[in-house]
Design a protein around this ligand. Structure first.
Ligand code: GDD
Ligand code: MG
Length: 354
């Protein structure tokens, strides 16, 4: 029996602004390729080759890169929502592109190490209407909290509950029986988390949980994005797009001084130059950037064509495309610099949006 894959990629990526002003979140470069590439190649590896992208925000960026999917060994189609329809609306909107009886639905910003074949087999064996892939986290408040009973039946779905009843959360991967998708209302925004799942539970549908203990991370915040990117570079997060994991990844055309230190799973993007004595730890530097001698960059995301002048320090920062960080400037604690902003030499700042 065949399986379709739907990937929800229509969100605005607000928490990753300003990087998501130029590219949608699932297309940000991670370990050398647009994030979504890791998932598409994992699907192919699992033998799931019919892939439908539910797009909305910046839909053309996905179409330009993936085309019909043949470059990636899959048969891929983009379906566009004119107005964002939410996660449930996004699933309903691709219904006409589906062919199989079992439909896997992925949040497009997650890395999930689960054995996809085993997940699908479990869903078919229990004959559930929907199977939710679950994982455990330390703090469940930012996620969908999903308590289950002793037989693995889902008891409730509580999205972003401030007082979670369990540390077991929605890992952003579902297996649906095809016919269930047609029951989601068409043509209006629907949240699968707030409306569809609670509704299915109320109506007595058979909704099961499948707990995974493998790698899992949502890449939706700057802190998660840098950590996840480093995990991919180091091979902590498995991906067929990273054939030779290591402490650092230098993309083609990157020129790095032999006296620079680059480690912690950092990526140096194509044609980016890094000067002597620069120290780059656990960071993602995009393309065509210039990192001058003695600059220190930790756990930060540095956009395309950014210039970082000598001796500047960036810690836990997000630097938008084309920004210029003057010599000696120190930015910490989640500071975000908007695209094209020039911070003059010596004007030392610590935080807030610049
Ligand atoms: N097509 C489409 N249309 N996709 C959308 C839309 C939309 O209107 N809105 C969001 N998406 C996509 C996003 O692009 C993302 O890939 C996915 O749906 C999830 O949206 P997020 O905005 O990242 O949600 P979240 O991280 O706050 O919470 C979700 O993910 C958690 C796990 O990472 C929920 O599903 C939680 O229950 C879950 O625990
Ligand atoms: Mg997310």
């Amino acid at each position: 029996m065949a399986t379709d894959a739907v990937i929800l990629v229509g969100g605005f990526g607000t928490r990753l602004r300003p990087l998501t002003l130029s590219a949608p979140k699932p297309m940000l470069p991670t370990a050398g390729v647009p994030f979504l590439t890791h998932l598409v190649l994992r699907l192919r590896e699992a033998g799931i080759t019919h892939v439908v992208l539910g797009t909305s925000y910046r839909a053309e960026v996905f179409e330009d890169y993936f085309g019909d999917g043949s470059r990636f060994g899959v048969d891929l189609r983009c379906v566009v929502e004119k107005e964002a329809l939410g996660t449930g609306g996004g699933i309903r909107n691709v219904a006409s592109a589906l062919r199989a009886d079992t439909v896997l639905v992925f949040n497009g910003d997650n890395m999930i190490g689960v054995d996809l074949v085993d997940f699908v087999e479990s869903h078919r064996k229990t004959d559930a209407d929907v199977t939710l892939c679950l994982t455990r986290v330390e703090d469940a408040r930012a996620y969908g909290c999903v308590p289950t009973d002793a037989d693995g039946r889902v008891e409730a779905f509580l999205e972003k509950d401030p007082n979670p009843v369990t540390d077991q959360i929605n890992a952003g991967l579902y297996a649906f029986k095809r016919r269930l998708i047609d029951t989601i209302p068409a043509g209006r925004p629907v949240s699968v988390e707030k409306e569809t799942f609670p509704g299915l539970l109320r109506s007595g549908a058979d909704v099961r949980g499948y707990l995974t203990t493998g790698y899992w991370r949502d890449f939706g915040t700057p802190a998660d994005f840098v950590q996840g990117s480093a995990d991919l570079v180091r091979g902590v997060a498995p991906s067929p797009a990273v054939p030779r994991p290591g402490e650092r990844l230098l993309m083609p055309g990157a020129s790095v001084s032999p006296k620079a230190k680059i480690y912690g799973g950092s990526t140096i993007g194509a044609r980016t130059a890094v000067g002597a004595g620069a120290d780059i730890d656990g960071s993602a530097v995009f393309e065509d950037a210039r990192i001058a001698a003695g600059a220190v960059i930790r756990r930060s995301i540095v956009g395309n064509r950014v210039t970082v002048h000598p001796g500047a320090l960036l810690e836990d920062c997000v630097i938008g495309d084309d920004a210029v960080i003057g010599a000696g400037i120190e930015l910490r604690y989640g500071a975000r610099v908007w695209p094209g902003v020039h911070l003059a030499e010596g004007s030392i700042r610590f935080s807030s949006d610049l």
